[in-house]
Design a protein around this ligand. Structure first.
Ligand code: AMP
Length: 212
């Protein structure tokens, strides 16, 4: 299936897309992960993206488009879930044209909804493993005891002021895409509150309904 997992920062897109990969063989394509890898390796792309990411702003469309195009082509245009792409109208238009050009349109846009208070709590308590990228939550999913605590860090864009900017950018640039996908009959709203497995159960139900 060709899917987008959509929603505000902290809605659980990465976690749920990872589960779709593990359990249904639908590969997660996360532009955020690709950009963070580029930053860690200090590539040209990583250097260009860093100031935008650290401020919680969007990286310019042209930089991200190449990543998305390459990753989708690598998957053979099938069985992928885009996590964090598209985030602007321009990206959405490009994606529609690109996939139609390959005769491989999207099957659905799973849109996770989570209230702002929950988002702020989730993001401010989120931690990541510096080397593996594994994500934890200090209250609900803390790092196991055998993991070196020095390698557990906070993402630079998970600091309180940056979280607020990311939410503002989301409301301004990204949220309007729900109407874009609704018009195209692709939007599948999913309640993103509750535990990881509870949300994943709702996603599986939504996908079953699509296949019926
Ligand atoms: P994420 O891990 O999806 O929250 O992405 C982290 C950051 O990477 C975002 O706050 C943006 O700065 C950048 N980013 C990821 N995907 C995109 C995109 N599709 N367009 C622009 N910037 C992006």
């Amino acid at each position: 299936m060709r899917l987008i997992i959509f929603g505000p920062p902290g809605a659980g897109k990465g976690t749920q897309a990872g589960l779709l990969g593990e359990r249904h063989g639908i590969t997660q394509i996360s532009t955020g992960d690709i950009l963070r890898d580029a930053m860690a390796q200090e590539t040209e792309l990583g250097k260009k993206a860093k100031s935008y990411i650290d401020a919680g702003d969007l990286v310019p469309d042209a930089l991200v488009r190449d990543l998305a195009e390459q990753a989708i082509a690598d998957e053979g245009y099938d069985d992928f879930v885009l996590d964090g792409y598209p985030r602007t109208r321009q990206q959405a238009d490009w994606l529609t044209d690109f996939l139609e050009g390959h005769d491989t349109p999207l099957d659905a846009v799973l849109s996770l909804s989570v209230p702002d208070e929950v988002i702020v709590r989730r993001l401010s308590r989120r931690r990541v493993h510096e080397e593996t990228g594994e994500t934890y939550h200090l209250d609900h999913d803390p790092p196991p005891d055998d993991v070196d605590p020095d390698l557990i860090v906070q993402r630079s864009d998970d600091e309180p002021e940056t979280i607020q900017n990311r939410l503002d950018v989301y409301r301004e640039e990204t949220e309007p895409l729900t109407a874009y996908y609704e018009e195209r009959d692709l939007l599948v709203p999913v309640d993103g509150t509750g535990g990881i497995e509870e949300v994943f159960g709702r996603i599986e139900e939504a996908l079953d309904a699509l296949e019926r």
